[in-house]
Structures are given as C-alpha cells and as structure tokens.
Design a protein around this ligand. Structure first.
Ligand code: SF4
Length: 222
C-alpha cells in the first residue's frame, strides 16, 4: 500500500493512545468468552500445557493432556519414567523428543530449586529448561501475575494492523505494547486479539465489514 494512504489512514483514526481503551472495551464485549483455550486444573498442568503447545494447536494439546495429566500428577512423576516413555505419551504434540527433554529438565529444576512449585516471576520462569519468554508470559498471566504481554502470531498481526506497533520482532512488539496497554489489561489483551484474529481479523481475509473496531483501525478496508 502506498505510504501516503497509510499516513492518511493513521490520521483518520487518530493517535493510538486515544484508541487503545475503546479498542480493548469493544473487543472485550465482542469476545466475552476470550480466555486461554488450553485445559488445565492446576499450575503444573498449566505449565506443561503451555510448553507442549509450541508448534501445535491447543486442541491437539488438550487431546494429549487429557490422558497425560491422569498419569503425571507431580513433577516427580515426569522423572520417574524413562525419557522414551514420556516421549510416547506426548508424541502427538510433535517435536516430542525436544519437548520431553524440556519437560524433564523443568521438572528436575522445580524439584531441586523451587520445592516442586511453579514459580511466578518471569525471571524465574525463563530459567526453566525449554521455557522461553512467550511461555513464561502466558503462565504468569494465567497465574494472575502478568509481567509482560504475550505476542503470538495473532497479537503480532493485529497490533500491526491496528497501528499499535510498526515492529516485526516479537520482543520489540511487546516493548511497544507494554508502553501502550494499561497494566490491568496485560493479561486479557492478548486473548482479545487472539480471538478477534481467529474470528474476524483473519490473516488472509480480514472481515473488516463485521469488525467492531473498524472505525479505529488504520488498516480497515471499509
Ligand atoms: S478493521 Fe479489518 S484489519 Fe482492522 S482490526 Fe478489524 S478486521 Fe482487522
């Protein structure tokens, strides 16, 4: 799109600081059911689910964890079986060798350093083997202590379309978003963008005519 159109669109919708609250409020009304799609019953299951969700769908993870969590209830349970057995149990989530290694490393550290309890700070979470910043952000947010904003493919695309960031790199996008999004909304903001991205602002064919924020979006096609 020519630069002049982009600049004109940005002028039309106004500054992002003025748009962020109405965008959040309208998306929250439109996607009142927007929450994490992974199923878990406690902090350990949350951590495991998020770790397994890399490179696969939440539906797929839920299918695997339904059985997994009956067999593995404590960090020690993941260490009590041979690595190959754990690999078989998580096989359907893909990248099962790497994921099994990360799970066992994480469980070992939970036992050795955290008294078997999932830590709550981002600094501690990213020390767990195989837990990157995005995973740590998801876990911290679900534990009610968001310390950053989760940036996945939907959050990235929608933040760019809505003119909240011009960055491509997830870390830089997160840096822009934490300056813009009110702290109280750090937890729910990614869920709202993810659900809006799945239902309306679809990657290839955004349904701008049905979008509740189309008057606040510089990328709107209506
Ligand atoms: S107006 Fe279109 S591009 Fe903008 S957020 Fe809505 S669906 Fe996405």
């Amino acid at each position: 799109m020519p630069k002049s159109y982009v600049n004109e669109a940005r002028r039309r919708v106004g500054p992002k600081r003025a748009r962020i609250r109405p965008v959040i409020e309208r998306l929250a009304t439109d996607h009142a059911d927007a929450t994490i799609a992974l199923r878990f019953a406690n902090e350990l299951e949350l951590l495991v689910s998020v770790m397994l969700s890399a490179q696969t769908t939440d539906v797929n993870v839920n299918r695997v964890t339904e059985r997994l969590f009956q067999k593995y209830r404590r960090p020690e349970d993941y260490l009590a079986v041979p690595q190959e057995e754990l690999e078989r149990d998580i096989f359907a989530t893909g990248f099962y060798r790497q994921k099994a290694r990360s799970l066992r490393g994480t469980m070992q550290m939970l036992v050795d350093e955290f008294g078997g309890v999932v830590p709550r700070t981002l600094e501690e979470l990213v020390r767990l083997p195989g837990v990157a910043r995005k995973t740590a952000n998801v876990v911290a947010a679900e534990l009610g202590m968001p310390q950053g904003i989760v940036v996945d493919t939907h959050v990235r695309r929608l933040s760019q379309r809505l003119g909240f960031t011009r960055q491509e790199d997830p870390v830089k996008i997160e840096r822009d978003l934490v300056k813009l999004v009110p702290r109280d909304d750090w937890g729910r903001f990614p869920h709202l963008l993810i659900w809006h991205g799945r239902r309306v602002c679809i990657a290839r064919r955004p349904l701008c005519e049905d979008c509740v924020v189309n008057d606040l979006c510089p990328a709107s096609r209506v």
